[in-house]
Design a protein around this ligand. Sequence first.
Ligand code: G3I
Length: 320
Amino acid sequence: AGLNTAAVAKGQLYFGSATDNPELSDSAYLTQLSNTDDFGQITPGNSQKWDATEPTQNKFSFAQGDVIADLAATNGQKLRCHNLVWHSQLPSWVSSGTWTNATLIAAMKNHITNVVTHYKGKCYAWDVVNEALNEDGSYRSSIFYTTIGEAFLPIAFAAAAAADPSVKLYYNDYNIESAGSKSTGAQRIVKLIQSYGVKIDGVGLQAHFIVGSTPSLSAQTTNLAAFTALGVEVAYTELDIRMTLPSTSALLAQQSTDYQNTVAACVANVKCVGVTIWDYTDKYSWVPGTFSGQGAACPWDDRLVKKPAYTGILNALGGS
Ligand code: G3I
């Protein structure tokens, strides 16, 4: 069995991968992405972000996001929708606009209402707010936080819930995969939203890791339990494990162990619904473009051949 088949047999909802529009013209890539034995869920890596969906105020463009949503529907895959409110990949009318508390709240609500309504019934979950925290657990000084204050979080979740009462609403961030200030900050966000009487269904742990320094299985299970104790589900939403190139057999073996431990942590928590890798092949990974000299972060290599990491994941899912 493949990764998704094994995950579902373990009681999870899916095993999935991110993708992006330009890659879909690669037919070998598309064939494997569409293989539901391995992938029961996909996430658009860019085409639902604010710069893509509302490049000009109140002029919405869903064509690129719809390509991914339609692909998921055609394949019978769940769609994780990503994302509504983030400090990055904002159109300049938002990031460089002149805002008051009232006008930015209105613009943010209008964005959320339109995008969530457009994709209503098509998403398993929305990443409503992405990466609101600094490493020390304080709020990042985004246009949203500096203009609105922390209330931007419950306001955003309330707008999403009003537009689609059925979709799962997530807070999503990185470096929250083991105990520490930032994970504690994400737990504070869950409690903040709940304190407003607003719905939050889940926390997404991105899990952009480095080979040989991923948190241990027990550190990850303890951390997941701290979230699920608050009454939310969890998911690993952007898992990849990069290395300093060139890749060696020793690094690939360590990477396999590291993937196995993270997937095993999810399997160990009944409220961890699934794992998404941030694209499945090194051919289209974001890592080399961001971290010079690093890469080979995905379970398939740049020729779409499975690496030892694939077997590590399958082991964690109890498959063979
Ligand atoms: O669309 C332009 C294109 O017109 C231009 O020719 C080209 C030249 O550089 O750039 C294109 O934009 C790129 C965009 O991806 C679409 O491909 C940006 O430069 C590039 O920075 C952007 O990177 C994305 C990144 O988010 C931006 O922060 C990655 O593909 C995407 O995988 C990555 O995903 C994020 C998650 O959303 C949140 N968590 C972290 C994760 C990794 O950074």
